[in-house]
Design a protein around this ligand. Structure first.
Ligand SMILES: *Cc1c(COP(=O)(O)O)cnc(C)c1O
Length: 407
């Protein structure tokens, strides 16, 4: 790390030719990695046992651990959350249309499209960034077969209201819980809501297994169907009883997840401390705030969600992001511009674009800031003072930046 040279003039910004704040890129979503020694020991065990996949000992241990952690009866480890979602969609026999938020990672929508279903995009609540249940009734029709809300940023959805409406229309609810391992809503752990919930262990997620995920459900029948489906429909040697795919998690991935789960509390502590430091150091900067989870919600705080209100900051989120990238701070605008603005949804709906004003607004404001176990207090200090400098000089900087650098 270079010694910190604070920016004192607009020309000091790297985007205008000044020295970069970082020689190496500072990423959002650097993996949290637990004890390497413990992981290597487990990999040794795997080689000793010569059992690499197909419901191995570590996969079983991981599933038991997830049941314990979420208080759910069944946990099924899978190769990734996208395949996990697809398998649940198949297992529930969904067809036609499924209501999803547009403000999510594109996999939520793609898992449906991949299977020939149609995602129908619902707007979000401006405070929670999760599906706004007041729009549900208007989107449900004869073709609707389910709702897949997303616990975005680890913020639990309004499960009560969503499930009340779903039940009235006889629709199952599947939660995309990719961000929500360990999330509690008024003391209830995420994992047991709806028909099933799907967590991701992708490298960038709070707990990672390199790639992976887990499906949780309290339904024994659904768990059985899912177990068959992730293993080609095999019910025993030479006995195929249904359609299926290969959604299995392997032993090395399970060992990685178990290793990282050992550090669960430590990672949460780091994330909270980072978030609190960001909150303190960004306080009072006009137009800059952090997303606040709603009362009763606690989560892993894996995401520090910066919000830029350009009507007050005097500089747009996109300009700030471009300035950051020039400094080698790769802050991200997750989940810009919303699935409805991505292909194939954008073209398919060109003649009938959904009206998602809150999604469009929030997608124009979010700036995800680096956090996690690889980010130091000193980094947060630099990032916050850079934001402060940029906003203080917002008008001059905006005038120097051309609007066509915004994308
Ligand atoms: C990461 C993510 C997924 C996909 O998870 P994978 O394990 O990478 O397939 C799905 N939904 C959301 C909201 C995500 O962030």
């Amino acid at each position: 790390m270079k010694s910190f040279i604070p920016k004192t003039a607009v020309d000091d910004l790297a985007i205008f030719g000044g020295p970069k704040l970082y020689d190496e890129e500072l990423h959002v979503g650097r993996p949290n990695i637990g004890s390497r020694a413990r992981f290597y020991k487990m990999v040794d065990d795997i080689f000793e046992r010569k059992w690499l996949s197909n419901k191995g000992a570590y996969v079983q241990q991981l599933e038991a651990r997830i049941c314990q952690l979420t208080g759910v009866n069944h946990a099924i480890a899978v190769c990734n959350a996208t395949v996990g979602l697809e398998v649940v969609i198949r297992a529930l026999g969904l067809t036609g249309e499924v209501i999803v938020p547009s403000f999510t990672f594109v996999a939520t929508a793609h898992s449906l499209t991949w299977l020939g279903l149609t995602p129908v995009f619902c707007d979000i609540n401006q405070d929670t960034h999760t599906l706004d249940s007041t729009h549900l009734e208007g989107l449900i029709n004869a073709r609707t077969s389910a709702i897949i809300p997303v616990h975005l940023w680890g913020q639990c959805c309004e499960t009560g209201e969503i499930e009340r409406i779903a039940e009235a229309h006889n629709l199952p609810v599947i939660y995309d819980a990719a961000h929500a391992l360990g999330t509690k809503r008024f003391g209830t752990l995420v994992g047991g809501f709806g028909a099933a919930e799907v967590f991701s262990f992708h490298a960038t997620k709070f707990i990672n297994s390199f790639e992976g995920g887990v499906i949780t459900t309290n339904s024994e029948d659904l768990a059985k169907t899912i177990r068959l489906m992730i293993n080609f429909g095999f019910a025993g040697y030479d006995k195929v009883v249904s359609m299926g795919t290969n959604g299995k998690m392997n032993e090395v991935c399970a060992a990685m997840a178990l290793t990282n789960l050992e550090s669960f509390d430590e990672f949460v502590t780091i994330n909270r401390s980072n978030r609190d430091q960001y909150r303190r150091e960004l306080a009072g900067i006009p137009g800059i705030s952090l997303f606040v989870e709603s009362a009763g919600n606690t989560c892993s705080d894996q995401y520090v969600v910066g919000m830029v209100d350009s009507t007050k900051s005097g500089i747009s989120r996109n300009h700030i992001m471009n300035i950051f990238w020039a400094e080698n701070i790769l802050a991200r605008r997750y989940f810009y511009p919303g699935c409805h603005q991505m292909e194939p949804y954008r073209t398919q709906r060109a003649d009938n674009p959904p009206e998602l004003p809150v999604t469009d607004l929030v997608a124009s404001q979010v700036l995800i800031l680096p956090t996690g176990s690889s980010v130091q207090s000193e980094d947060i200090c630099r990032i916050c003072s850079l934001i402060r400098f940029v906003v203080e000089n917002g008008q001059a900087i905006s005038a120097m930046m051309s609007e066509n650098t915004t994308n």
